[in-house]
Design a protein around this ligand. Structure first.
Ligand code: ADP
Ligand code: MG
Length: 283
């Protein structure tokens, strides 16, 4: 089924304009030898302050979709709109945090790293940029490390710098591509918790990509399930009832298993048996 999933059910009627709308977007890579279709007619909408997760197996086109929303790759079909404006190129209203934290230039201090995009994009003058950098470094608990260099930081701390740097630009939407995948399991859990606390405080809009079902349930309030390559929408799930405290709980484990079945098409259950409060099945 390729009809757009609006993400809003009768019990949750849509009242505001979507912040981001992705409408029947297909993405392809063209090489001289062949064309690789990364996603096929993917549709979804993100509202302000959503923690929207794209979940799907490796190679299903999550990163490609994120890059397209960031404005780096043009859809071959469909369109992407941010507050009604068609996305055609990168812009400071969409900031990406990637998985590799070695995206931080090592010759700049933590504070200079956070200030850099603000200065390079001429968003702020030096004084204001410094103030804003310190404000967001405080939010991620790194005030004491403002003058440290990246190589002296742990993986988790580098992740926090990358998040502070992105939030300091005050984008309309923060795009995160498997941002914690390279971290050890305990640090990863800690970062998920910190991200949720930060969201409670700042209420930014987040689009978060992961291939981990657990991470999707913890981080997201809505999860879009993508099929294996090429990515098509399988379902959209409301998951706001879960957080880190739900990990290991019976309901959480049952949801994780159901998502697994939806993703991999194993023994599909009747829609009524799925047990999610709000679910749209796309096939
Ligand atoms: P995911 O992030 O979900 O793991 P990607 O978006 O990275 O998936 O990739 C989607 C598909 O597009 C994969 O089949 C991948 O091999 C292919 N792909 C990704 N980047 C390129 C590229 N630069 N050139 C050709 N094919 C690519
Ligand atoms: Mg990827």
């Amino acid at each position: 089924m390729n009809a757009p999933l609006q993400g809003h059910t009768a019990s949750n009627p849509k009242t505001t304009e979507a912040l981001l709308s992705v409408d029947h977007v297909s993405l392809e890579y063209r090489t001289p030898e062949r064309v690789v279709r990364a996603t096929h007619q993917v549709s979804f909408e993100i509202d302000p302050a959503d923690r929207f997760v794209l979940l799907g197996p490796s190679g299903c086109g999550k990163s490609t979709l994120l890059k397209s929303i960031a404005g780096f790759i043009k859809p071959c079909e469909g369109e992407i709109r941010l507050l009604g404006q068609k996305v055609e190129q990168p812009g400071p209203d969409r900031i990406v945090v990637f998985q590799e934290f070695d995206q931080l230039p090592p010759w700049k201090t933590v504070k200079q790293n956070v200030m850099f995009p603000l200065l390079a994009s001429k968003t702020l003058k030096r004084r204001e940029a410094e103030e804003r950098a310190l404000y967001y470094l405080e939010k991620v608990g790194l005030t004491a490390f403002a003058d440290a260099y990246p190589h002296t930081l742990s993986g988790g701390m580098k992740a926090r710098v990358a998040i502070a740097r992105a939030l300091a630009m005050q984008p309309k939407i923060l795009l995160m591509d498997e941002p914690f995948a390279a971290l050890d399991a305990l640090t990863r859990r800690k970062m998920q918790e910190e991200l949720l606390l930060l969201w409670e405080e700042v209420r930014f809009t987040l689009l978060f990509v992961t291939h981990s079902i657990e991470e999707a349930l913890v981080v997201g309030n809505r999860i879009l399930l993508l099929s294996p390559h090429p990515g098509r929408v399988r379902a959209e799930i409301h998951s706001h009832q879960y957080d880190l405290h739900s990990l290991g709980g019976v309901a959480f484990q049952a949801s994780a298993r159901r998502i697994h079945r939806l993703l991999f098409d194993e023994a599909p259950e009747a829609e009524t048996e799925l047990g999610f409060a709000d679910i749209r099945i796309a096939y």
